[in-house]
Design a protein around this ligand. Structure first.
Ligand code: GLC
Length: 745
């Protein structure tokens, strides 16, 4: 192979055959050391030990570099790979672009709250354009972990508790990142992570072992990953934790039997950070050589940052533990995706491009719209919202009201300097002539600092003294006293959700609730805006604060989107993708569970806890509007169908109020008995519709084997069976509009 293969200007786009031929020619000529290097992803971050990038690239090339965000440096390293490495194979540059590169979108949990896959697709398409313009080829997203325990900080990164909604969001995000053609220079390679079951850690403790029966994996945790495969996702990332005592990074059942044999996945799998070397720390592998051997055998193509592959794979081939064919099988999909992306023809990035791309006005417009559609109106007693724009004297209170970090949320890319519009700024921009006073009140901070804290770029502030906190508390109450209306902005800092951000409590951190009570006691109208990355147990606020808007971590345009909703330019239509428990002690809490021997509607069994109701504070699928809707006229195309047939479900949704608005019509089923007990409700269809006042729309869903079947513990396989079903449609998981369906042999 020509050592100094230059990046010719592509005179024609290589065909799949051309690419396949290129891959086989490379494999035939590459040394074992070169092949092993393609199975390695090394750190480009200054803080990480590991091989010197320039040295290893010159010597044998490298599969991928991560934790580097420097366009000029990308080209420098790529030039060494193309012109000086033995085979001139381009490098894949990878970074966590989870919800935006420079234009930050709402966190994925918030995008799921829009119940609008187009929002997620458009957001990730913008993220891809900006990331690719920076020189990044591969993002470690979408994160597809189902999460039913709000104590787990990474609940913010996924689509919540439901596999059906999660699958829709998974496919949409893969489409957004990858588009239709991986050779598109405005797209990036996506990565379905963390395969699988990561969100079910005991106690919500990040990284803790997970024990899930196959039935739960297949019915709940796998569907978003299967949807990603169907959508053509190029890569997977295996999870850190032990899954039923076998770490996902070296779990052959997951990576070969299920992912490749059953689902036909043809891309490649990367470990999570240091995951191969960690098998020793997890008490699974004898040593790093054993870890490398077991991971490779299990079907893990690429070792993220641990260097266990780099150090051991060649020796394992030489001693006969591995064959060259096994190495080639792991290298092949990596080279194939590099070829499919056109990196051999176009390995470099135009260093002037990024500024032009991030300046596109449509990017921030898309971010603002996504934030508007993600927000959920939790309470609006007495129609306090929307607020009149004639308001003249408002106090905006709370430690997050003017926090750019909290507005953009967790998982910022390295070096990102926030330019978010805060809630305070958004309100001031909306009412330029009004008096908008501001007081943060006492600061909030983690009790235990974030271990990644030394990596992030936000400035470090000293912890506020109790005296200063008390002074800030009193100032905030006084500021509220002098206003006619108070908007409280409370919730969590960006480092309180995300990775390594589990909590035992779901209460508002710090003295926020105390401040909310003190301000509420002033007797003025109070609106609560929540900026948070997980469900919070805002029990007191839910009973005492007339208006509550769940704004999540809304991104760069978050403050404008909050103001758009508070002052009525946008009618909120989001719905909760996760159940809100009444306390951390109730987690995990989710709607789709089987029945017990206690009748659900029995007045005697009001609560299983003696210190609080068992019911959620807010149910899955819940969200209010500035208008009202009716959902009725539920019809089935047939009351009885055979196993294997489909039935069409239709219902009418009407806007019975006085302003236009969106409703998310949700379809739930319950198989009343069968081989296995089945969840009392399961989401199997949804549609977000916009209706003018008085307008009526008929929505239609199809229920067939895919929706009515399930993986059965008793049968040990996927089945669909004859049984009676409840069918409900409604505006949340407590829907009451009901019909009966009979499925017969
Ligand atoms: C982290 C995360 C994973 C991320 C990876 C690379 O530890 O678990 O989601 O993509 O390392 O940054």
């Amino acid at each position: 192979m020509n050592k100094t293969m230059k990046a010719e200007t592509a005179v024609s786009v290589p065909t799949k055959t051309d690419n396949a031929r290129r891959v086989e020619t490379l494999l035939a000529h590459m040394s074992l050391e070169e092949k092993v290097a393609q199975l390695a992803q090394i750190s480009g971050a200054p803080w990480n030990e590991g091989p010197d990038p320039e040295e290893i690239i010159r010597e044998r090339g490298i599969g991928s570099i991560l934790w580097l965000n420097d366009t000029k440096r990308f080209n420098e390293l790529q030039k060494i790979a193309i012109e000086e490495s033995p085979s001139g194979i381009p490098i894949l540059f990878a970074l966590d672009v989870i919800h935006g590169y420079r234009t930050i979108f709402p966190l994925p949990l918030a995008m799921a709250a829009s119940w609008d896959p187009v929002v997620a697709e458009q957001a990730q398409a913008v993220a891809a354009k900006e990331a690719r313009a920076a020189g990044i080829h591969w993002t470690f997203g979408p994160m597809l972990d189902i999460a039913r325990d709000a104590r787990w900080g990474r609940i913010v990164e996924g689509a919540g508790e439901d596999p059906y909604l999660g699958a829709a969001m998974a496919a949409a995000q893969v489409r957004g990142f990858q588009g239709e053609d991986l050779a598109d220079p405005e797209r990036v390679l996506a990565c379905a992570k963390h395969f699988a079951g990561y969100g079910a850690a005991d106690g919500g403790r990040d990284y803790d072992p997970v024990y899930l029966p196959e039935t739960e994996l297949r019915n709940v945790y796998f569907p978003p990953f299967q949807a990603a495969v169907k959508a053509g996702v190029g890569t997977f990332m295996s999870a850190y934790m032990d899954l039923n005592n076998v770490p996902a990074n070296s779990n052959r059942w997951l990576l070969r039997d299920v992912l490749r044999e059953e689902w036909g996945f043809a891309g490649f799998v990367v470990s999570d950070a240091f995951g191969v070397g960690s098998l020793v720390v997890q008490g699974h592998a004898r040593d790093r050589q054993d870890a490398a051997l077991r991971s490779l055998k299990a079907g893990l193509n690429m070792d993220m940052a641990s260097s266990a592959y780099l150090e051991n794979l060649a020796g394992l081939v030489e001693d006969g533990s591995l064959t060259m064919g096994e190495i080639d099988d792991m290298v092949r999909p990596i080279l194939a995706l590099k070829a499919e992306m056109g990196l051999f023809e176009h390995p470099y990035v135009d260093e002037t491009l990024l500024d032009r791309v991030v300046a596109r006005p449509e990017h921030r417009q898309a971010a603002r719209r996504a934030a508007q559609r993600a927000m959920v109106l939790l309470r609006n007693e007495g129609g306090l919202l929307p607020l009149a724009k004639g308001q003249q004297n408002i106090a905006v209170i709370g430690p997050l009201a003017d926090s750019m970090e909290a507005t953009e949320g967790s998982w910022m890319v390295f070096g990102h300097k926030s330019a978010a519009v805060t809630v305070l700024q958004g309100i001031r921009a909306k009412l330029p002539g009004a008096t908008i006073a501001y007081a943060p009140g006492p600061e909030i901070h983690r009790d235990i600092p974030h271990p990644f804290g030394e990596f992030d770029m936000t400035e470090k502030k000293p912890i506020q003294t109790p005296e200063d906190a008390e002074a800030a508390f009193q100032t905030a109450v006084k500021t509220a006293q002098n206003a006619d209306l108070v908007i409280m902005v409370l919730g969590e800092n960006a480092d309180m959700a995300g990775e390594f951000a589990s909590r035992g409590s779901l209460d508002l951190p710090g003295r926020q609730e105390e401040l909310l009570k003190a301000v509420s006691a002033l007797g003025k109208p109070v609106v609560l805006v929540l900026l948070n990355g997980r469900p919070l147990s805002i029990n007191w606020a839910a009973d005492h604060v007339p208006a509550i808007l769940e704004a999540w971590e809304p991104g760069t345009e978050g403050g404008n989107a909050v103001a758009d909703i508070l002052f009525g330019d946008v009618n909120p239509g989001g719905k909760l993708p996760v159940t809100f428990p009444r306390s951390g002690g109730h987690a995990p809490l989710y709607y789709a569970r089987t029945l017990t021997h206690l009748p659900e509607d029995s007045p005697r069994y009001y609560s299983r806890y003696w210190d609080s109701p068992t019911t959620p504070l807010y149910p899955f699928g819940y969200g209010l509007s500035y208008t009202t809707f009716a959902i009725d006229n539920l019809k089935l195309s047939a009351a009885k169908i055979k196993v294997g047939q489909a039935v069409t479900v239709t219902a009418d949704v009407s806007n019975t109020g006085s302003v236009a608005g969106d409703e998310v019509v949700q379809l739930y089923i319950h198989q009343k008995w069968g081989s296995d007990s089945r969840p009392r409700r399961e989401l199997k269809g949804f549609e977000r519709v916009t209706l003018q006042p008085g307008e009526v729309k008929t929505v239609s869903f199809s229920l067939g084997p895919d929706e009515l079947g399930y993986w059965s513990t008793n049968a040990g396989r996927w089945i669909q069976e004859a049984a009676p079903f409840d069918i409900w449609v409604g505006s949340d998981s407590l829907a009451t509009c009901h019909a009966a369906l009979e499925v017969v042999e």
